[in-house]
Design a protein around this ligand. Sequence first.
Ligand SMILES: Nc1ncnc2c1ncn2[C@@H]1O[C@H](COP(=O)(O)OP(=O)(O)O)[C@@H](O)[C@H]1O
Ligand SMILES: [Mg+2]
Length: 229
Amino acid sequence: MRLSVEGVSVRFAGISALSSLSLAVAAGERLGVVGPNGAGKTTLLNVVTGLVRPVAGAIRLDGHTLTGLPPDAVARAGVARTFQTPRLFSRLTVAQNVRAGRPLDAEPWLRLVGLLPRRGDLAAALTPGEARRLELARALAGSPHVLLLDEPCGGLGPTETEDIAALLDRAVAPATIMVVVEHKLRVISRLCARVAVLHLGEKIFDGPPTALRADRRVLEAYLGKSRAS
Ligand SMILES: Nc1ncnc2c1ncn2[C@@H]1O[C@H](COP(=O)(O)OP(=O)(O)O)[C@@H](O)[C@H]1O
Ligand SMILES: [Mg+2]
């Protein structure tokens, strides 16, 4: 398995959200994605999952072209995701949220994320950390080839962040391609041997997390200097 993003550009009303972005992730690889707000991280996940269409470029999974497919077809191809703000069905139960209309047994997945005792509760009753874990259970339940996570620890305190990081470390199948957008570098460093940095829709770094802090372009991006300066 190999996910490749090849020269993908996305524009919104004149804004270039992604500019000719290329990125390949192999089976079993866990790629971290970081970058200042507005860098294009969520757009990258949205274009891979078919929520937005690129104006140029291609997205392929093992040679199958995903570009232009609607989100349900991308999901059927084995791509699962979570959202920056969890998207749960608040009036459905925890177990119903995991099934999401699919004929599968929710219980093993709820056990995996520690939510089995909450299976009959409404999703609306969950804490933010539990909501993150439920979204993760729903994504994992399809046994995806590719798992895309948009700030899985966003808005969580240190204990819940640690719980999610530990969960990702043990619960994601070894062959899964995992792409995790996350501001918390400790989480990225723990999970990922490789990190890509986006800035203004371009990839400005792709390498080991240990090399991040010494990279001039990364430092400039985080200090807020524009490309023109
Ligand atoms: N649906 C949209 N409509 C218009 N502009 C958008 C939309 N989604 C993202 N953008 C713009 O694209 C750029 C990248 O956004 P985003 O991918 O959300 O960044 P990040 O996730 O890195 O914070 C930003 O300038 C943002 O305002
Ligand atoms: Mg985002």
